[in-house]
Design a protein around this ligand. Structure first.
Ligand code: FUL
Length: 673
């Protein structure tokens, strides 16, 4: 008998013409069982297979209730339920085949049941009075609805305010249940479909032998705005997040002494670029798609690229351009011309200055220098503080006045972000390879850190329970050294390396600060410039056409107007969000036709905090769902490189989040083959 069951469904399906052949949210809609199969409904083995009595017991039926049996068939459930609701209650038995109802009516008469009301429904209308039902039961019926969305809307209207839907479906997860696959459903799919249609699971009974029994209630609309979950980014941090990719330029005394760390005893005239052109740097950076340039205005040797009033170790004393040169001025003008932001690296560690080690006096000197660079060159977007610290000529270790340094920056450049191992605005990513961890929180327990921290390894992931918004900046040089060394001209990172770095930084909720060691001429070397353009072309080729644009998007939860469609609109400021009680939710993108892609790009609306802790991405390839990516954090941007798939549906399952999940954007791309 068991083996016969699937066969029966096959033979006795209604003719295809009566069906809208199709799918709903990735599920094949099953054909309605033909009335000629009614005997099967009354099969002797049914009680054992489905435990109808147990199901009835679990429905919570009380005398006096109005219960609708939607897809009632010959009344296997309707008749006993009629007894359960008693003379004061009613059973509305809906079916779309009058032959089924005829049989039901006969059986009711035979059983002496009078409170069953047969209703001939339509595929898109159960013909129920609005607000009339305490319970609407669908046994093995929902998966056959050809118009599930319309029907669920009618069902919603037919329910009393606290009314429930009870869905009974054969468990697709269970290979032991001998029913044809299209007549089974997974719990996940049921939750998703009902969720998409605005119903919440309110109760579930897991004790039926073959079937799911799930109760759903109409979802109360939530219009409240999405509550932020702190810590949150400041406006200056939010503006910085948008910059994403910008240049570091290590160019200073070391360029001419061919070292990475100078000792501060260099003769200033050693600094003598022969063809310095900051406009060339800016042009290269702009053409590379970078948004700004951060210059080593002073490195550990203390030599200043601007004429400082407080030291002789500077461009003014170098004799370069007759002592009139000012690299910072040239660069600030070039940045303005090319639409780039200007940032400054000012090393607190200073191996030249005699005050170093005499802590208060050196701190004072450093603040005066900071003031010079922050007041003389227009807007500065980032101040880059290295944590290195040493002993001064007096043999004492310098104690930096970090609060004072920060206050100086805030005073003169309130919109600038301050970078160091410990921020306060942007943190080091903890390595100089340019990679964040796959798990990368924008938060950090900031007070546990200070510049030069020995706990730098933690910076690569941040802290989920961080007390401050302190996002990661990934710095790395395009060559082995930070400074130019002619013997590294052939060691420029390859395109593959740079792409990998891109995905490990920008693609992992970080920004990419890519260093260009400007050479002794004072130019970005040809090899470096050429590689940067290759990278640009490669990125443009990959991230050119968003294959998710225009997709139909569905979510099993949302709040107010924050609907799934907002993840595929072209506005990253809008977002989909779930209700507060949810920490998991599923998005489905229907691409309407199979498209080949191998990149998934996700973004959270970080102005309201970083939320997602875990997610999975699945793609439907030739009707088969395949897992293609999984991850932990998303943050501002997460790029996932997936196997190349040709899929018509893409599912993003957010499986865990710190608070109601929200997604600003989902994009799909295909790298050129
Ligand atoms: C480090 C410095 O010591 C290196 O010389 C380089 O400037 C790098 C970006 O930061 O801490």
């Amino acid at each position: 008998m068991r083996r016969l069951v699937p066969l029966l469904f096959l033979v006795l399906a209604l003719p295809a013409a009566a069906q809208r052949s199709g799918e709903y949210l990735g599920r094949r809609i099953a054909e309605t069982m033909h009335w000629k199969g009614a005997e099967w409904l009354l099969r002797e083995t049914r009680e054992r297979e489905e435990n109808v009595q147990l199901l009835l017991d679990e429905l919570g039926i009380e005398p006096g209730m109005t219960v609708c049996d939607l897809g009632a068939g010959v009344g296997v459930h309707a008749l006993p339920m009629a007894k359960m609701v008693g003379p004061g209650g009613r059973i509305l038995a809906v079916d779309i085949q009058h032959e089924m109802l005829d049989r039901l009516i006969t059986r009711a008469k035979e059983a002496g049941v009078e409170n069953v009301v047969p209703i001939l429904g339509d595929v898109d209308d159960p013909k129920l009075e609005p607000g009339s039902c305490d319970l609407i039961l669908l046994v093995d019926t929902y998966h056959e609805l050809s118009e599930p969305e319309v029907m669920l809307e009618r069902v919603r209207q037919a329910l009393k305010p606290d009314g429930r839907i009870a869905l009974v479906e054969f468990r697709a997860e269970d290979p032991e249940v001998p029913i044809k696959p299209q007549h089974k459903m997974t719990r996940e799919q049921m939750l998703f479909e009902l969720g998409v249609n605005g119903f919440d699971l309110v109760r579930e009974f897991k004790g039926l032998p073959w079937q799911h029994l799930m109760f759903f209630g109409d979802r109360e609309a939530v219009d409240a705005p999405l509550e932020p979950i702190g810590p949150l980014p400041s406006p200056r941090q939010l503006a910085w997040h948008e910059l994403e990719y910008y240049a570091f330029v290590h160019f200073n005394m070391n360029t001419f002494t061919d070292v990475e760390w100078g000792e501060g005893r260099e003769d200033p005239t050693t600094f003598h670029p022969t063809a310095l052109d900051c406009r060339q740097w800016a042009r290269v950076a702009r053409d590379a798609g970078m948004t700004g340039i951060i210059l080593t205005a002073k490195h550990h040797d203390g030599f200043c690229l601007w004429p400082s009033a407080y030291t002789e170790h500077d461009v003014e004393s170098s004799g370069w351009r007759g002592g009139e040169g000012d690299v910072l001025r040239d660069l600030s003008e070039a940045c303005r011309e090319f639409g780039l932001k200007l940032g400054v690296y000012l090393s607190p560690w200073d191996r030249n200055n005699p005050l170093y080690g005499d802590s208060p006096r050196y701190n004072d000197y450093f603040k005066k220098q900071l003031t010079e660079v922050l007041t003389g060159y227009g807007e500065v977007f980032e101040v880059w503080f290295d944590g290195a610290c040493g002993e001064g000529p007096n043999g004492k270790r310098q104690v930096y006045d970090w609060p004072g340094f920060v206050a100086t920056v805030r005073e003169h450049q309130p919109d600038a972000v301050i970078f160091s191992d410990a921020g306060p605005d942007v943190r080091w990513v903890g390595n100089e390879r340019g990679y964040a961890n796959e798990t990368c929180w924008s938060m950090l327990r900031r007070d546990e850190f200070e510049p030069g921290t020995p706990r730098y390894a933690e910076l690569t992931s941040g802290h989920e329970d961080g007390t401050h918004w302190l996002p990661a900046e990934c710095d790395v040089s395009i060559r082995p050294g930070w400074y130019y060394h002619s013997d590294q001209d052939d060691d420029v990172k390859t395109l593959e390396q740079l792409l990998d770095i891109w995905h490990g930084s920008v693609g992992r909720n970080g920004s990419l600060l890519l260093n260009l060691p400007v050479d002794r001429r004072g130019l970005v070397h040809e090899n470096d410039a050429a590689r940067l353009m290759e990278l640009r072309r490669a990125l443009d080729a990959i991230y050119d056409v968003d294959l998710a644009a225009g997709a139909e998007a569905y979510a099993d939860d949302w709040r107010g107007e924050m609907r799934a469609a907002l993840v595929v609109d072209d506005d990253d400021a809008t977002y989909w969000a779930a209700r507060d009680e949810r920490t998991a939710a599923t998005l489905l993108l229907d691409l309407t036709e199979a498209k080949a892609f191998d990149r998934v790009v996700l973004q959270e609306p970080i102005a309201l905090g970083q939320r997602v802790r875990a997610f999975r991405v699945e793609a439907r390839v030739r009707k088969q769902w395949k897992p293609i990516a999984e991850g932990t954090t998303i943050g501002r941007k997460r790029i996932l490189i997936t196997p190349r798939v040709e899929a018509d549906l893409v599912r993003i399952r957010i499986t865990d989040a710190r608070a109601a999940p929200a997604i600003a954007s989902v994009e799909l791309y295909a790298a050129p083959e």
